[in-house]
Design a protein around this ligand. Structure first.
Ligand SMILES: [Zn+2]
Length: 238
């Protein structure tokens, strides 16, 4: 009988530990097949994560593990890059040839998370995917360089491209919900502020602030960030 009662506190601790662990980032391995060369390899798909807060450029903070890194995967052999769904695709021979031509300059490149996103962007452009989709890949790529002072100009280039594609997405009316436009204009403003183009930033913050269909929280955050732009503050850490 004694050993049984001794087990109880241990089980309780294990139970608590499991509860803590499940309140975080989890992922699972999945085998995928490259649609270009048939190469099979394992990717890690995010199953769950916990967000504690969000930065002003919508980057999630918390127990997110490699959430952003795991969005885009690359074939280790041909460097074809894309979301998991891009690996589930099948292409015609002519499409495969076109993509191989796109991949040619990256044949000997050392793959990084930023480069994976950039290659995925070129492939997205080839397939004429939505501007918003392309903007999102630039945005996530800019997150990878958030604190990297050595790659500041590269980070700004990614943020500028994100802003350009978000502008195109607005022009093409890619958003279903009318309240989304103010949110996107706010984000464009925030990206221009981070780049140091303060007048453009203020213009877009104002679009968001003056949009009658905006979500309630936009007014406060856009007003606060606009004040930073007026002070010519390009802080990218917030
Ligand atoms: Zn491949």
């Amino acid at each position: 009988m004694k050993p049984k009662s001794l087990l109880k506190p241990t089980l309780l601790i294990i139970g608590l530990l499991n509860a803590t662990l499940s309140f975080g980032h989890t992922s699972y391995p999945k085998e995928v097949k490259c649609p270009i060369d048939g190469n099979k390899f394992t990717i890690y798909v995010t199953a769950s994560y916990t967000t504690f807060s969000t930065l002003k450029d919508f980057q999630k903070q918390g127990a997110i593990g490699d959430l952003y890194e795991s969005y885009i995967n690359s074939c280790p052999k041909c460097h074809y890059c894309g979301y998991q769904s891009d690996f589930d695709s099948t292409f015609s021979d002519s499409t495969k040839q076109d993509i191989l031509k796109i991949l040619e300059p990256f044949k000997n490149s050392k793959m990084t998370d930023v480069l994976e996103n950039e290659i995925a962007i070129i492939i997205h452009q080839y397939f004429k995917r939505d501007n918003d989709n392309i903007a999102n890949l630039y945005l996530v790529a800019s997150y990878f360089l958030k604190g990297d002072s050595l790659q500041k100009s590269k980070r700004k280039e990614l943020q500028l491209n994100c802003a350009i594609y978000l502008t195109k997405a607005i022009e093409a009316k890619e958003y279903d919900k009318p309240e989304t436009y103010a949110t996107i204009n706010y984000l464009i403003g925030e990206l221009y502020r981070r780049i140091g183009e303060f007048d453009t930033a203020i213009k877009y913050y104002d679009f968001a602030i003056n949009d009658r269909k905006k979500k309630e929280w936009i007014l406060e955050v856009a007003t606060k960030q606009k004040e930073l732009a007026i002070k010519k503050d390009e802080d990218n850490s917030i």
